[in-house]
Structures are given as C-alpha cells and as structure tokens.
Design a protein. Structure first.
Length: 564
C-alpha cells in the first residue's frame, strides 16, 4: 500500500530511519494502488461485467441459445463480476460492520457508563436508580457496612472513616448523599452555609458527568435580551449574569438591530481541535511523522482511523508544529451538535494508536499538548479558528443611532477605531479587539450549559464599524473565529440549561442535520455580541456608562426608571 511505502521512504531519509518497524497486517496493505483508486477500478469492473453479461444473456434468450454455453469473453466477465463482488463486499461490508460496532460503543458512552459521556439530549435516562459512579472513587475505600442513620454517617465522614466521595455510590441516593456531605462540611469548617440551597436540584442529573462531591448549587439570575432579529428569525437570548446593566444594554442593542431590519450571520468554519504532543528520538524523525500526517495521500487512511470512534466526528485535517524533537499535531474535526472535546479526543487516540505501529519510537507525552488550544489565550485559535468561526453584521440606520443609541455614527466609528483597534493594539491584545464580547459570551454560555472556561477563546472578537451611505448609516460587524458551543453533552442536558436552549429552539441534537443546532447557537452568540458591542460603544460615545451603572448597580430598585 502506498501509504505504507511512503512511511518507509520518509523514514529512510535520515539516520533515524533505522528505527524498528512492526508492520501491522491490514487488508489494504496488499493493494498496489491507493484505496481510492482500487475502489474505483473494482466498481467499474463490477458495472462493466454486469452490463456485458446482462446484454449477452438477453441476446441468448432472444435467439433461444442455451445460457450455459459460455464463450471466453463471458467467462472473463463472470470472473470479473465475482472478483469485484468479493472485493466490494469485503471492503464496504467491513466498514459497515465497523460503523455499527463503533456506534454501539458510542451509545454505551452516551448512557454514562464510560468516563464522562453525557446522556442523549432527546431521551434523558431515568434518574430514579442512579448508576454506580466510578468517578467518585472505589467503594472499597469505605467500610463494608454503612451505618443506617444519617447522623452516624455524618459522624463517620467527619472522623475520616468514610470518604465523602463514596456517598453517592454507597447510598444510591444522590440528594441524601449531598445532604450528608454538606452537614459534614458544616461541622468540619464550623461555617453555616445556609445561603447555599440544597433542595430543588436534581443531583442524579450531574452524577458522573457535571460535578463531583456536590453540597448544593449556586443560584444565578437569567435575564432575556431580545428579540434579536438575526437571519430573519427572532431570538429571545437567555443571559445568566450578576452584572447589572449587561442584559439591559444588550437588549438595547437588540432593539437597535431590529429597528434597522436585523442582523445577518455567516459560519465560516466548524471544527473542534485537539493537539497531542509526542516526542521522537530526533527532530528529523519528528519531521518524518509530520510529513506522514500532512501528506494529502494519507488523509483518507487517517480519517478512516479517526472517524471510527463516532458517528459525528469527521476528520477535517491535521496541522503540525515542532519544538525540537517534540511534535504537536493539531487535529481538526466536525463534531455534530456536540462541542466535541470528548469526541475528538477519542478520534485522536485512535490515530495515535495507529501511528504507533509505523512509528514505534514515538513517545506520546500527552493527548493535549496545548497547541489545541483549550481555555487559554492563544494566537492559533485567533488565526486558525476553533469551534465555530462566525461573522455577524448589521446596518444601523442613522435615525436609530440617534433615537435608540443616543449618539451619532461618526462618534461611534471614531471611538471604535481609537478604543477597540488602536487601544487594543497598544495593549498587545490577542483576539481582544472589542469592547466586551466576553460579557455576552459568558452570560449565554452559563445560561445554556456551555463550558464557561471556554469563554477565553470563544470571546476572541474583532469589532469593525464603518459609516456608509454617505456617512449617514453605520455598518457594524463582529468577527469571532473560535466560538466553542454544543447543544448536546456536558451541562446542556441539565434542566435549566436545556430550557434555555429550548427557548432558542436549539435544544439537543438536530436529527435531520447534525451540527445545525450548535452552529445556530454560535450565530446567536455572535448576534448577542453584536448587540452588546453596539450598545456599550454607544453608551461610551454618549458618556452614559457611569451614569447608567450607578443607576443599575447602586440606587434604584424601580426598573422602569433605568431603561438606558
Ligand atoms: P463533548 O465532547 O462536547 O462533551 P461528547 O462527545 O461527550 O460531547 O457527547 C456527544 C455525544 O452525543 C456522543 O455520544 C454522540 O454520539 C451523541 N450525539 C447524539 N446526537 C448527536 C449530534 N447530533 N451531534 C453530536 N453528538 C451527538
């Protein structure tokens, strides 16, 4: 197989080529041509043989010639038909069986048996009898027999005789476990935690998925900004925040957008990334692996290996970087409606196992080598994108700028240039060419069950303002290259968060077009940011900011008096 031969050729380029090989036996290895070409040849052979035989048999039936009287050409055609049938059945049949096997593996994860995989958004598992949670530690650490009374268990936890992390597993009742742990914490610390509610939360829904060792939950208010008129649809955007002014201000931005005819958005890219790091004996050898991964001829093989772990993960590409003999391999893949970190990690692990056979001297240091780059500011996300790359734009009419935003187009354009562009350049900003994108991103993330730590790269945004139509109207856009959102998995399946997703019409998996719900959510995030930028910049241009903050955050409780 060409892929294999290429590895050999690249390996022979330097002294490291002497590294030992353990060729893995695969059906494809026997083929002299790339799999794509071989498939094409056998499909053509199958079609041609079948067509020829059908024509010959029709002629024989018409002329009453016995069917079994076959000439050399027919014998060759029959041979071609059988050979191509065997090839095609074994190739596609095996792939089909593999896909069934891998999707059933995935479903197991989905039921929460595996480490951290979430239940399906459309059909949450019954909560009455929580499954044992391996994440909470081994029940063997606790005494054989648990005391019956809560008071005795609390005393045992306080005395260190029962580890707090086994309570859910041993009691089989998540609410009771949380209550006992909370009482133990209260006694150990001597702090009353009355303000932190215990009741009113489904602790089974977080078991093994969202949070360990629970003792209660934090309440956050959710406000609604909207309608946000985006791509012809009206969205009521849920925002969980404790920052006064934020929802009201975003709401004002939504109003300005709606009164100007709405905003439009475009999703430029949709691909989650994961970049493992591996060390090779030499930089030259690391370059061999890099060349193998980036060779377009190998893409088909790599994607077959990668895609095995999920029905939704589809490899889009691999981009490599090196630091000495360390190789960083940034895999990008689509992940359906999931944000996708679990999904992509499984696919990457498949490829690393596959590579290990051809490069046994490759030492995988970590499944994540920070070139991904997750939850840290990094130029790679800003430049290459991660998750969904979205641009959202609107034209705000002159009269709306005056009436709703209480400022004028020229002041806004100048402010954006001096603050968001020049000011951020002076500050050495990385993806921070905006006024407060992270405010809106984080509030929507918390409300809709996203991973709030991913607000770091999801808030990368450049806000552009221009005057158009002879300086009368305002063109505003936000360009956000790495919005990382999902509508299945993680916190999205919890009751409150999934209600907020439902409000936006993007709850769970999109069965008809996997990935559409998550992409739509990303455009709503960008639309919310557009509204937020518009309103805050206007408040700054009009010198209103401090005034309205004083009203919202300090004095008045009468909300009717503080509309910006
Ligand atoms: P994350 O990595 O974002 O935490 P996971 O990969 O753990 O998400 O969860 C996604 C799970 O949801 C997978 O088990 C996948 O099979 C399942 N799933 C069902 N429908 C979809 C869909 N439309 N898109 C993506 N995943 C889906």
């Amino acid at each position: 197989m060409e892929v294999r031969r290429k590895v050999g050729q690249q390996g022979a380029a330097g002294p490291a080529a002497a590294a030992p090989r353990q060729p893995r036996v695969q059906a494809g290895d026997a083929l002299p041509l790339p799999i794509r070409h071989t498939n094409l040849i056998f499909s053509a052979l199958f079609a041609a043989s079948l067509a020829y035989l059908m024509r010959r048999w029709r002629e024989k039936i018409r002329s009453s010639t016995p069917l079994h009287a076959v000439g050399l050409a027919e014998m060759l055609a029959i041979f071609g038909l059988i050979a191509s049938l065997i090839y095609l059945l074994s190739f596609f049949g095996i792939a089909f069986v593999q896909s069934i096997v891998s999707s059933s593996d995935e479903d197991e994860d989905f039921l929460g048996v595996g480490a951290g995989a979430p239940p399906p958004a459309a059909a949450p598992p019954a909560r009455q009898a929580p499954a044992p949670c391996t994440l909470l530690g081994s029940p063997a650490a606790a005494p054989e027999k648990m005391p019956e009374e809560d008071e005795e268990i609390v005393a045992a936890v306080v005395a260190g005789k029962i580890p707090s992390y086994v309570l859910e597993t041993r009691l089989g009742d998540c609410r009771r476990a949380a209550g006992i742990r909370r009482e133990a914490v209260r006694r150990i610390t001597g702090r009353e935690i009355e303000g932190l509610p215990l009741d009113g939360f489904d602790y089974a829904s977080i078991l093994g998925q969202c949070c360990e060792l629970p003792v209660g939950y934090v309440q956050l208010p959710v406000g609604i900004a909207g309608p946000l008129l985006l791509d012809g649809q009206r969205y009521y955007v849920p925002m969980a925040t404790t920052e006064g002014c934020l929802v009201a201000s975003t709401n004002r931005g939504c109003k300005a957008i709606a009164e100007s005819g709405g905003a439009t958005s475009v999703v430029l890219r949709d691909g989650m990334t994961r970049a493992p790091v591996a060390r090779l004996p030499t930089a030259r050898r690391a370059a061999d692996v890099r060349a193998f991964l980036e060779d377009p001829d190998n893409f088909e093989t790599l994607s077959m290996v990668f895609n095995r772990s999920s029905r939704f993960a589809r490899l889009q590409g691999v981009q490599c970087a090196m630091a000495g003999r360390n190789l960083y391999m940034r895999f990008t893949c689509s992940t359906g409606d999931a944000m996708g970190m679990n999904m992509i990690s499984k696919g990457v692990q498949n490829v690393l196992d596959f590579l290990q056979d051809d490069f046994p001297d490759m030492d995988v240091i970590s499944i994540s080598g920070n070139f991904c780059s997750d939850k840290k500011p990094a130029a790679v996300n800003w430049i290459e994108g991660r998750g969904k790359s979205v641009v959202c734009e609107a034209v705000i009419k002159e009269e709306v700028v005056k009436k709703v935003l209480k400022t004028d187009v020229q002041s806004l354009v100048e402010l954006n240039m001096i603050k968001n562009l020049a000011g951020s350049a002076i500050a050495g900003a990385l993806g921070g060419f905006n006024a407060h994108a992270s405010n809106i991103v984080t509030a929507i993330f918390i409300a809709t069950g996203q991973d709030p730590a991913q607000n770091v790269e999801s808030s990368h945004c450049i806000t552009m303002l221009e005057s158009i139509n002879d300086g009368k109207d305002l063109h505003i856009s936000v360009t956000m290259p790495s919005i990382e959102v999902g509508t299945v998995g993680g916190g999205t399946q919890l009751a409150s968060q999934s209600a907020c997703l439902d409000l936006l019409g993007v709850k769970g998996a999109n069965r008809d077009s996997p990935g559409s719900n998550a992409r739509l959510l990303a455009t709503v995030v960008a639309g919310g940011v557009l509204a937020g930028e518009l309103s805050l910049l206007s408040a700054l241009a009009a010198g209103q900011l401090v005034k309205s903050h004083m009203k919202y955050n300090r004095s008045s409780k009468d909300m009717t008096k503080i509309v910006p």
